[in-house]
Design a binder for this molecule. Structure first.
Ligand code: PEP
Ligand code: MG
Length: 877
């Protein structure tokens, strides 16, 4: 079995196709070498070796022999040797999993330096300062990433030296000071580990490889995998690569760049670099880097070469690339390329632009955007009209706006978020340890670091607003306060951040949704060309209906008429109806309600001109419209003790009696849905009248009205037949009266297991089915919709359930019932129209299931309509 793969120097063994085995980094290094891009040579130890190492707690047989052979090759290829005091080979050691994963051991640079080789390096490069600077960096990095020694131990020593010499930059420390630091660093190492700093190069390498393997299972990496659904079984590869030096003076440097702007997707060469520096300086955000445009002025030839190479890489990979490069004494090397992480807005723009550039086709573009990213494009922004005190500005690192209470630690952020508080995580800079806190926060603000700093990259990935490099603020962790512009903001006080503009404001901003951008329109139109599922919306108000039309909804899949009962002026009338003890009184109240319902329908029909509207007759148990029992008891007590009017006391007592009679032990399984329409047909009659009257009026004005009247909670075809008669009789009489004919449909929800199982019988009377997967999930699992929150999180935590079945459709159980319902329904009415209107109608996975199962449409809340349009196109591809 082969565990080690060489790359570079025309001897490359891997390629981009071998990501699983070589990890993303290793596969891309091999691919770049294959493309003739200048890459320092090296070798990759496969993920398989890591997996075997973890399984057996020992290295796989033959791995070290292969490593030795590859070291030989590397030495020949570079003309240098590990441990050679004359011409030492130095290498980097980096982890590289098949999926890019912050939180794992990242990088050790300058491996191969010891007390002897450092002198060799000094002689070869004729630069003693550089050699000792590299050595002290190596000791510090090795101690940190391989042995977990706190870098502050070393940073403090550097700071001391700077203070003594009265300088501010590392580069201002002289050679002797560097030498002193090397000795002091070695002492720290000895003190912390009890051993001398390893002088044997093979031992250094072995320890570093070990550390990479072990980092696969550290807490941060595990947490990241958990949050991102990455399998623990993948393992990581290890890349050992000859060093090139960006810290050999002013003609050297290192940087990171993107082939397009990762925040906006704009086609511009975008990046940052530092002269006389090594890779980690840029990423760590310790020195603030220069824009890549400065490189164009300083080293035009190198810039040109870099620009050419990155364009070649983008053309080759057909995707935006994120690259790392180093310039050693004017010679350019590429250290990494990968498909760039990007904001949702950038993902959208890049995908659309690349179609226009003929790099990818429309279908590929549609697959490039995750449906969830649409959520981010539809992120809130700060209302431009709001007047807020600007506290400070920084880099616009990740778009969107957020409002929350200031917290200074990731831990605290997680705690407060658990208590449903919105928080903004404010840090000097973030590190992988902060991932949990960033996830919990609404937004992230850092004092240091650039667009490629940890905070920026991670926040963008998470779709969280982030402002970086905001050096106008200073944090005092001990006092739990930050200051800016003379203001002090304590932990727990509210601020607002705008990650699209890079601005921080005092207090709570008003947030607003941005306009749907042109690219989103284009992308969704391409999705529309591909998809066959229709996308409707769940909307109960004219406003929501309009919004959903703007988002592209092709009709309403569920209008819950009960939501129209809750208005301030309506609820007393609704109560009057409920409390009537005879039919006559009830009808009086209903007559007052009818014009109100009709008005709503008029506006909704107008907003949905030409599109079907499924209107569901009253569904919830009536007591939902009455006040709370305990509150009424309180009220009576109060009235009595305060000597309130007898009349009033009687009124409340009547109410109380009604609430008491209507009280049910299991209201969700009680007197609701079509059961109400059977016991009180006059309620449904009123609703049907309102619908058909509105339809008649608009239809004679020329509006194209397509009502679909839906009967809820049917479990038996006789229920449907009973209510359907109310529907047809009432509609008939209204149409006769108005002299207008309306083409309406009458159908039912399928939201009870018995309905699904007897769908063939039900379909005889129903002209359409709408799967109410909320109730169907509730009744299939026997989980109360209102109480499942008490145990579902634990179920998910313990792995009993993979996800919340009320959010992601349970395909195995609920889905199976749906399939039965679909098949049986079509068996007796082949052309029956079917859709889904439960919460699942907006969930990408469930949409894909709905497509496979053969539904005609999905229906979801207005904001999820664009998500559903994209997801239903992706379901086809
Ligand atoms: C359902 O049960 O899935 C449904 C859409 O109806 P509701 O959520 O109103 O019960
Ligand atoms: Mg329901």
């Amino acid at each position: 079995k082969k565990f080690v793969y060489f790359f570079g120097d025309n001897q490359t063994e891997g390629s981009n196709k071998m990501k699983h085995l070589l990890g993303g980094k290793g596969a891309n290094l091999a691919e770049m070498a294959n493309l003739g891009v200048p890459v320092p040579p090296g070798f990759t130890i496969s993920t398989e070796a890591c997996v075997l190492y973890m399984k057996n707690n020992d290295y796989p047989e033959g791995m070290w022999d292969e490593i030795d052979k590859n070291i030989d090759k590397l030495e020949k290829s570079t003309g240098k040797k590990f441990g050679d005091p004359e011409n030492p080979l130095l290498s980097s050691v980096r982890s590289g999993a098949p999926i890019s994963m912050p939180g794992m051991m990242d990088t050790v640079l300058n491996l191969g330096l010891n007390d002897e080789t450092v002198r060799g390096l000094a002689k070869r490069t004729d630069n003693e300062w550089f050699a000792y600077d590299s050595y002290r960096r190596f000791i510090m990095m090795f101690s940190d990433v391989v042995l977990g020694i706190d870098t502050n131990e070393f940073e403090n020593l550097i700071q001391q030296k700077k203070d003594e010499l009265g300088v501010t930059e590392d580069t201002e420390l002289d050679t002797n000071t560097m030498k002193d630091l090397v000795e002091e660093f070695k002492s720290v190492y000895k003190e912390k580990t009890g051993s001398d700093f390893p002088q044997e190069i093979k031992q250094q390498l072995k320890m570093a490889i070990n550390a990479v393997f072990n980092s696969w299972n550290n807490e941060r990496a595990k947490k990241y995998r958990q949050l991102n659904d990455i399998s623990d079984e993948l393992g990581t590869a290890v890349n050992v690569q000859a060093m090139v030096f960006g810290n050999m003076g002013e003609t050297s440097g290192t940087g990171v760049a993107f082939t397009r702007n990762p925040a906006t997707g704009e086609k511009e060469f975008y990046g940052e670099y530092l002269t006389n520096a090594q890779g980690e300086d840029v990423v760590a955000g310790i020195r603030t880097p220069k824009s890549i445009q400065a490189l164009k002025e300083n080293m035009p030839d190198v810039y040109k070469q870099l620009d050419d190479i990155t364009q070649k890489l983008e053309q080759h990979y057909k995707d935006m690339q994120d690259i790392e490069f180093t310039i050693e004494k004017g010679k350019l090397y590429m250290l990494q390329t990968r498909n760039a992480k990007r904001t949702a807005a950038a993902a959208l723009k890049v995908a659309v632009d690349m179609v226009y550039e003929n790099l990818i086709n429309k279908k590929e573009a549609v697959m490039r955007l995750k449906p969830s990213q649409i959520d981010q494009v539809l992120h809130p922004m700060i209302d431009p009209d709001s007047e807020l005190e600007l506290l400070s500005s920084g880099l616009a690192a990740s778009p969107g706006a957020a409002v929350g209470k200031v917290v200074f630690s990731a831990e605290h952020a997680e705690e407060m978020a658990q208590n449903n508080e919105d928080v903004i995580l404010v840090r000097t800079e973030t590190s992988p340890e902060d991932i949990g806190g960033m996830h919990a926060a609404k937004g992230v603000l850092t004092v240091r670091g650039g667009m490629t700093s940890h905070a920026a990259v991670v926040a963008r990935g998470m779709g969280k607003p982030c402002v970086c490099g905001c050096d106008g603020i200073s944090i005092d962790m001990n006092k739990g306060v930050f200051t800016a512009k003379g203001y002090s903001i304590n932990e727990g006080e509210c601020i607002s951040i705008d990650g699209s503009e890079g601005k921080i404001y005092m207090g709570e901003a008003e947030l607003k949704m941005p306009n749907v951008s042109g690219e989103l329109e284009t992308m969704l139109q391409w999705a529309d060309e591909i998809r066959s599922l229709n996308v409707r919306t769940n909307a109960d108000t004219p406003e929501d209906a309009k919004l959903a039309r703007d988002f592209g909804a092709e009709g309403i899949g569920l209008c819950r008429t009960e939501h129209m009962f809750f208005g301030e002026e309506r609820i007393p009338v609704v109560r009057e109806m409920i409390m009537a003890d005879n039919k006559e009184d009830r009808e009086k109240a209903l007559q007052k309600l009818q014009p109100m319902q009709k008005d709503d329908f008029l506006d909704i029909f107008r907003a949905m001109d030409g599109y079907p509207i499924t209107i569901r007759l009253l569904d919830p148990p009536l007591h939902e419209f009455l006040p709370n029992y305990e509150d009424l008891i309180e009220k009576i007590k109060k009235l009595e003790s305060e000597g309130g009017k007898q009349e009033e006391i009687k009124r409340v007592n009547d109410l109380l009696r009604n609430v008491d009679t209507l009280k049910e032990t299991n209201p969700m399984l009680g007197h609701r849905g079509c059961r109400l329409g059977i016991t009180y047909p006059e309620i449904y009659e009123m609703q049907i009248k309102a619908i058909i009257e509105a339809a008649c009026e608009l239809s004679s004005e020329g509006t194209n009205v397509i009502p679909e009247i839906m009967i809820p909670l049917v479990s038996n075809e006789k229920e449907l037949d009973f209510v359907k008669k109310t529907v047809t009789d009432t509609a008939e009489s209204v149409m006769n009266e108005k002299g207008t004919n309306i083409d309406y449909l009458c159908g039912t929800m399928i939201e009870l297991p018995r309905a699904a199982l007897t769908a063939d019988k039900i379909a005889k009377g129903a002209e359409f089915f709408s799967f109410g997967t909320n109730d169907l999930t509730q009744t299939t699992f026997g989980y109360s919709r209102d109480d499942a929150g008490k145990f579902l999180p634990l179920y998910i935590d313990k792995g009993i359930l993979e996800s919340d079945p009320f959010a992601v459709l349970d395909q195995e159980g609920v889905g199976e019932l749906m399939k039965i319902g679909i098949d049986k329904g079509r068996s007796s009415r082949p052309d029956i129209k079917m859709g889904i209107c439960g919460e699942h109608g907006g969930d990408p996975e469930s949409i894909s299931f709905s497509y496979e199962a053969g539904l005609n449409y999905v229906s979801c809340s207005p904001y999820r309509v664009p998500i559903a349009r994209l997801a239903s196109a992706q379901a086809v591809l």
